[in-house]
Structure formats: structure tokens, C-alpha cells
Design a protein around this ligand. Sequence first.
Ligand code: ADP
Ligand code: MG
Length: 696
Amino acid sequence: MSDPAGSPSARKGSATQSPRGVSGVQRKFERLGLHEPADFIVHVPLRYEDETSITPIAQAFPGASVQIEATVLDRQVLNRPRRQLVATVSDATGTLGLRWLNFYPGQISQLAIGKTLRIRGEIRHGFHGPEMVHPRLGSIDKPLSNALTPVYPTTDGLAQPVLRKAIESALQRADLSETLPQVFLERYGLMPFEQAIKVLHHPPASVSMNDLTERGHPAWERIKFDELLAQQLSLAEARAHRRAQRAQAMLADPLLLFSRLRQALPFALTAAQERVIEEIAGDMRRSFPMHRLLQGDVGSGKTIVAAFAALQAIASGAQVAIMAPTEILAEQHFSKLSGWLQALGVTVVWLVGSLGAKARREALSAIEEGAAGLVVGTQALIQERVIFKRLGLVIMDEQHRFGVGQRLELNRKGERAGHQVAWVPHQINMSATPIPRTLAMTFFADLDVSVIDELPPGRTPVLTKLIADTRRDQVLGSVLSEVRQGRQVYWVCPLVEESEALQLQTAVDTHAALSQALAGVRVGLIHGKLPTVQKQQVMTDFREGNVDVLVATTVIEVGVDVPNASLMIIEHAERFGLAQLHQLRGRVGRGSHHAICVLLYQEPLSMVARQRLKAMYETTDGFEIARRDLELRGPGEFLGLRQSGQQLLRFARLETDHELVERAREAARALREHYPGHVDAHLNRWMRRRQDYLRS
Ligand code: ADP
Ligand code: MG
């Protein structure tokens, strides 16, 4: 018996009778994250079935899930058009057809003609009138239940009755005591915890099923509030924890170096850049680790801010690491930053996975011996055996592309042995993906945020055009005219989710087709599988204007900066996410020329794809894009959780629960201040396996 949970014997007998059965069921529980009674009680139903009343057949409308009591008039097994069991039943108000495409002999005998049964299912319009497909049959002697029947989220082979029983038993055993002081319940209008949990598992028939499934019922409000409060408390703890750590105070007076760097730049910094540089410098003078999120829309000039921060740290005797998500970007940072900083006496090295053995050895020893002031690299910085002599500042570019784990790992490179308190580097996370307010208040509440809310002068917003794929010839004309004016063009090939090889092939084909269609135009090709040297060569050629049109996969999605490029074509734009489209569009409009972004799409469009394209057409404001993205997609992508797949909020939905977030935030502050004794109890209930995660 390999699958005891789904089989009738396990359902009847207690699962504890067979040791093998126990482990099978247990494993399934664990798959659902259910380990202890405390987990089971917050495993709340997905929906409910109403078994509290009997509906007359005449009042059961198509689409409704109902329970009727009716007498069997007729029953037969048909073999055509396919094998099936059909029956006709009636009550005082009407008749109804029943149909099973899979059935057991037991069901046939249950449908004895003349017998009255209780029948549950969804009413549909059948060929011969109303019918139920695969209804459930029961005895009319069973008393009607007086609560809605919960239907729980489950996993393969774990039947509802088994889950229900386990949850019932957990409700008897688990601690349902109140974690909040009584005054909080009044102040925030909260239902007591025990009551809320019981309502969710056994809603009385009077409760609106809609309120429950739409999560608007006070019982739902309570657990959402609790969850958000736990998150706020945990972030506050993380902040306190961070303040108890040690970091090198970057005390060198950077004024002279700063002014030399300013003078070397071909542009003046914007007021926003100046402000942010000062915020960071102030933080780094302190002896606990800075944890700052540096936000600025695409093209707002974050890289130079990073250079100033690095300079201050290096002048104070520390080493700095900058990690970028792609080799192309790391290479670009390396060339920019060494251009700016080498003149000031800083040694910049770079480290990526594809470095040759000799170059790698040299880089590693420069890092270990401390000769390298600034290290620019990719994930290779954490993957390899890289040892820093005195890492004092870590900068993550495009932080949303990294997982929380990767961020932690780079941080650990700064830990120093033999210290009582943890010794960690300062940290800057840069991102062009603006974080909507609710998200900033929740997942990033323990970070300090600096925002570059101003673009360098002279930029004009990119004009976005939506063009159906069938009119792509027209696009070729625009490409030619742009190139004739001495401008450059990106041509981005579609994402092919299923296959990287296919995506590559598309890029190669597009390159060939465009080279042929655009005689006299220099067309280049870049994709992730090119050898590094070749990638660098192509990017250099493009940057220096020796390539007019660059056919690319999404490797150019983030960070790439070639100000002379003024036209961006994105093929199959409907396949890309909103943040991705915004990033790609951000590759143009970086110079003073008018820039255009063409989104080629192929019909039919899904609802969501249509909304994404509409958003791109309507706005270039990164904050607005982010807000809409959050609505369309939920918070996962903003958090850099792509790799981890961890779901951090189970009940609250940031898209709709802003108000609750505000209240939970205030409550967290009040609880920590006036009722510190309640903090642990609340965290224990809600955060048991997730606390470490938020620490990062
Ligand atoms: P992002 O914020 O997207 O990372 P970058 O740091 O790549 O932006 O900067 C975009 C472009 O703007 C670069 O070419 C950079 O040199 C230039 N830039 C940065 N700051 C300024 C400024 N204050 N004035 C003019 N150009 C600037
Ligand atoms: Mg950038």
C-alpha cells in the first residue's frame, strides 16, 4: 500500500495503525509545510462547501454547487458514445440527470431505483436538461451539518477527510491563546485569535461564503493582520540585530578625493545624486553595518554613486566588492569604474567565471593580499574561493536579480574571525526596479532607502510604439532611417521559455535575416553563449559605434549603457514581464537624442499581456510601472526571490491590503515599546521557520 492517504482503508482506520502509513501521510503533510499542531491550525481552507441545507431541484441553477435530496427513477450503464453510468432522479419540484464517466460497481448498486439519496454536486446544462457530473452520493439519514464544510489546499494523494481530521485534532491540541494584549483587539478592531481560527475552519452557516473566499471576513482580517504584524516585528528585530553588529567605520575624509572625482567626470552630478552620495557617506561613518537600498529609475545614474561610495571606503583602508548579474554588465562596470578610479590611485580588478586560469590566479591573489581596492565581478565573487583581506563594502547592482542567499554569501566574505560580535561589511543594494510603497514598508522595512528621483538633464522620455508583428516591414524602415542619422539600434529577440537553445537559434536567425534585409548596415550579434572575449568584443564594437544594429537576447536586459543607441525593437514583447520591458526600454533614451521603443507583438494577446503592453505604452515612469506590475504579478519578483521560490506572505496580499500593512506597522511599534513580553509569543506563532530568512 504505497499511497495510504488516498485509499479507503487509511481513511477509515486511524492512520496511526500502520507505521508505514504514518510516514506516508506525514510526508505529505510536510510537503504542505505542516509539521506541528501550530502549523495545522493556520492551514486555512481554500473554499467551503455548503452542506447545511437541501436545495429543491427547481431552485438549483446552473453553476451552483448544491445538495439535493431526490429519488432514483432510472439508472443505466451506457456503452455509447462512451461507457458511462447515467441516472435520473427527482424530488417534488423537478428532475435531474446524473452522470459518471468513471464509476465503480458500488455506485451502481447505490442507485437502487426507488431509493432516496442525498446528492451533492454542481448543476450544469446537460444535453437533456440540468445534470450533475460525478456527483457525490450520501444517505439522507445523516444529519445536515451546521457549519460550512472546509476544503483545504492539499497535495497529491492527500484526501480532504484525512487533512480535515488532522486539523481537527490539531485544533484540540494546539495553543490557541491570544498573543496580543486586549487593548490591541479594541484599538485595531480585531477578532480574538481563537474565534477567528475557529470561524475559518468551521464557519457557521450564517457567514457569507463570499466574504470568506475573498478574504474580507473579520476572521481573515485577523490572521492577515497577525501575519503582517509578525513580519513587521521580525524586521524590527533584524534591524536591532544589525545594529548590534560591527562594521568598519569609513572615517577617511573623502572631500579631496570626491572633488577630484567630480572634476574628472564629463558631467555635473544631479542634486539627487549629490544627496544620495551624502546619505551613504554618512551611514558608512558609523560602526554598525549600513544596509541601504539605492533606487533610481533606469538611466538615473546609479553607477557613479557607487563609485563615490567605493572611493570613501577604499580611502578608509577597506576593500570594496561590486557584484553584477551578467558578465556584460560586470565588464561595463569594470571599464567605467577603472576609468574613473584608477586615476585616483585605486587598483580595480575583475573576476568573472570565464576568466583564464592565469588571470584568475592574479585576481585572487590581489584580492587576498589586499592590493585590489575594488573588485568588480559576477556571481563568481561568491562561487569561487575568493578571500578578501579586508572587505568593508559590498555593492549589489540590480539586486532584484540576486537571491537572498547570494546576498548573504557575499556579506559573509567580510566576516572576520576572532571577533566577539559579528563583523560585517556595509551594504548597498542598487535597483532600477522601484519598490512600491507597500512593499517598501513590508519586506524592505528594515532597510534604509535612498532614491535618485531625478534623471540627468536633457533626457526626453522614450516614445513607445506598439506594432503588430504583421507590420514588421515598417519597422525595418525606421531602423534604416535611424542608422542613416548615425544612431544605433538594439533588436531584442524573443524569450523562448521552454528552451534556451531555441532562444539562441532565434537570435542567430534574426541576425542572418537582418543582415540580409539591411544591406550596408553593420549588424552585430550578442547572446549568453558567446565566449566572453567575443561578447566583450561585440559590446566594445557597439559602444564605439562600429556596429549599427545589435541583435541580442535578454543578456542586455539590465545595466547596459550606450548613450548613442536611440531605437529599441523588442520582438514578441507580449512574452516579456513588465519590469523586464521597462528595463529593456531603459537601454535607450540615455543620450540627448529622442529615443523610440518599438514593441512588436503577436496576436492573440492574453489579458495580462494586453495590460502589460498598455502600461508600457501609457507611461515611462518606473514607479507607475512597478505599481502596475505588483498588481499583475504579485510581490515575488521584486524581492529577488526568483531563485528561492519562497513564499513569504501566505494570507495578506500586498496588492490589496495596504491599509492593514499600515496598521500592522503601527501596532508593531507599539507592541515592542509597551508590551515587549508579547513580541516573542507572536513571533513564535507566525514566524517559526522563516525568521532566519528575514534576517538577511
Ligand atoms: P543606471 O542608474 O541605470 O545604472 P547609469 O549609472 O548606467 O544608470 O547611468 C546612465 C548614463 O548616464 C551613463 O552614461 C552615465 O555616465 C550618465 N550619467 C550619470 N550621471 C549623470 C549626470 N549627472 N549627468 C549626465 N549624465 C549622467
Ligand atoms: Mg545600472
